[in-house]
Design a protein around this ligand. Structure first.
Ligand code: ZN
Length: 584
């Protein structure tokens, strides 16, 4: 017998003698008759679960330590099988040893550890339950790790959204939106995986949704906090799900910042022209009036609104009450009261309820994420008419169409036409900006057959447009146009090759008296457009985009992908008799 074995036996004897009291009281040990009596307890001390006592699975049939809670409130029960116990009539020394190990490991007092007796079946049931929970835990921690990796990768490449697409019959994919463009991350991750990942994200991480993942309905939720340790960041995620054709499912995760915005971004750096920046600043400085942005998802309108609010907060040096109602809150603004708009059981966000809550709080300025329904529109109308500046968004294809949209939401035309109601209407998109380090010059593209071949159509439209602008006296030089280099370079290759970022491309309308009068009459819609195009020439979104194109900031194809084809401008100018731009 080796010395160490001797030492072990001595130690066992010592423990046994210390616990003689327990041995003497064995008849009074609690008898556990069902695993349910130990709900909330998890197995510890068994190999593979928690090695504190290094019990084998074999041994665990007769001695099974379980724990609930942690720290000072922890409770431990060491179960001894009745077979084992009844045979010897004593608490087995190994059980006492295990108790001692647990006591010192978790720093517990003697009274916190109970020894109890149960049938082997009960011990086995409890062990199975823990093993199952453990494997579920390790599966879900894999999903969590995968999600963290996907978001980390997306964010470090400047991504804004992650799309999980579970499909039957065709590949299930995970795609990431980089600079506005969907890029494949996994081209075939399998339906089961994609579906389980969605389910895990919705059920385990999401808040505010209020309900479990339902594959048959469209759901919205928020993940309030997702730490990304590798890049030392924490983000929030907005989750939107929907069933798709053929039993498919989509989940889109919008990555939202968790940090409170502190410094507003300069408006020109966001892509607005000098005149547009002034229009925006003038509008937010008015004591009342409605500022409405139109644009699709990902058009940067939330970012713009958040920046405007921040600018106004700075102007006011915090001496005003700014309240926002959003679904979900996108940017956290310092000093603002931000109310998340919650979805009902049916999934419909309760906008009117949230706006009513805002108005009760005596706001100086209000931002409502979206004017969605007539009730909300009516409340917003009241807010403006009682002397509040209100910022919001609607879905509309152009800035002037915002009026039709508001009429559709039952805001009367005479209200829209009143002098202090509409402060500003904007429509915007984000256009990809070419990487200046590797962009292709016009001369090179039109000279090299390989480069020219892929761009024949756009080059001919570009020439047509240049000639037209030249004819009407707009000074542009086609040689300043730059094309995205599909190969990219060191600086841009990691995200979207040839693209360095995005710029806001907006049309901003500050209604004048003539325009307001035209708001009154639905038959004057065409006249209104003609008036705006001729009185404020080259201020439409397409004209702003073309300016950026001739400045070498955006590729002609990027303009055409988001807006109209270049020759559309020629037709429009002829149609409406649009002349030279008075202000560049
Ligand atoms: Zn580049």
């Amino acid at each position: 017998m080796t010395a160490s074995t001797n030492a072990l036996i001595n130690r066992r004897n010592e423990i046994t003698s210390k616990d003689d009291k327990t041995t003497a009281r064995t008849s009074r040990l609690r008898h556990i008759t069902s695993p349910n009596e130990l709900d909330g307890f998890r197995v510890i001390g068994v190999q593979g679960l928690d090695d504190v006592a290094a019990l084998t699975r074999e041994e665990a049939q007769d001695i099974l330590p379980l724990m609930s809670g942690t720290g000072a409130t922890a409770q431990v029960v060491v179960l001894v099988s009745s077979v084992f116990y009844e045979k010897s009539g004593r608490v087995p020394p190994r059980a006492l040893e295990v108790r001692q190990l647990i006591r010192s490991r978790f720093n517990l007092s003697g009274s916190a550890i109970e020894i109890a007796v149960a049938e082997r079946a009960v011990l086995r049931g409890l062990l199975d339950r823990s093993v199952q929970a453990e494997s579920e835990y390790s599966i879900s921690s894999t999903y969590q790790e995968d999600l963290i990796e996907i978001i980390t990768d997306a964010l470090s490449r400047g991504g804004s959204d992650v799309h999980i697409e579970a499909r039957k019959g065709v590949p299930s994919r995970i795609r990431v939106r980089l600079n506005g463009e969907l890029v494949v991350r996994h081209d075939d991750c399998g339906y089961e995986y994609a579906y389980s990942l969605m389910q895990y994200i919705y059920n385990t991480l999401s808040h505010e949704g209020g309900v479990a993942f339902n594959a048959r309905s469209q759901q919205d939720a928020v993940i309030p906090k997702l730490p990304l340790p590798r890049i030392n960041k924490v983000v929030r995620l907005r989750v939107a799900t929907t069933p798709t054709a053929n039993d498919g499912h989509d989940m889109v995760l919008r990555i939202l910042p968790l940090e409170t915005l502190s410094e507003p971004k300069p408006l020109d750096a966001m892509g607005y022209t000098t005149r547009q920046a002034q229009q925006l600043l003038d509008a937010i400085s008015l004591p009342q009036g409605l500022i409405v942005f139109a644009g699709t998802t990902g058009s940067g309108k939330s970012t713009s609104l958040a920046n405007l609010l921040l600018l106004r907060a700075q102007q006011m040096e915090g001496r005003f009450k700014l309240i926002t109602a959003e679904n979900p809150v996108e940017y956290l603004l310092p000093g603002a009261t931000q109310i998340p708009v919650v979805a009902t059981e049916l999934g419909d966000p309760q906008w009117a309820k949230a706006i009513r809550a805002c108005l009760r709080l005596d706001p100086d300025m209000l931002m409502v994420g979206e004017i969605r329904d007539e009730d909300s529109a009516e409340l917003i109308r009241d807010a403006v008419q009682t002397g509040h500046p209100v910022l919001s968004t609607v879905h509309a294809g152009s800035s002037l169409v915002i009026i039709d949209r508001l009429v559709g939401l039952k805001i009367p035309r005479d209200v829209l036409a009143s002098p202090d109601f509409m402060s500003l209407m904007a429509k915007q998109d984000l256009l990809q900006t070419v990487c200046p380090d590797c962009a292709l010059e016009y001369a090179e593209v039109s000279r090299r057959p390989t480069l020219r071949k892929a761009r024949l159509d756009v080059l001919s439209r570009l020439r047509l447009l240049t000639e037209h602008l030249d004819r009407v006296g707009v000074d542009v030089d086609v040689n300043n146009v730059r094309f995205q280099n599909p190969e990219g370079c060191e600086k841009c290759r990691h995200a979207t090759p040839g693209v360095i970022g995005r710029t806001a491309c907006a049309e901003i309308v500050t209604p004048d008296r003539t325009m307001r009068e035209m708001f009154l009459d639905p038959a004057k819609r065409g006249e209104l457009l003609a008036y705006w195009l001729t009185q404020y020439p080259r201020e439409s979104q397409m004209d702003i985009a073309i300016n950026k194109m001739f400045a070498g900031i955006v590729d002609p194809s990027a303009v055409e992908r988001k807006l109209y084809s270049l020759d559309w401008v020629v037709k429009r100018d002829v149609d409406y008799g649009v002349g030279q731009c008075q202000q560049v």
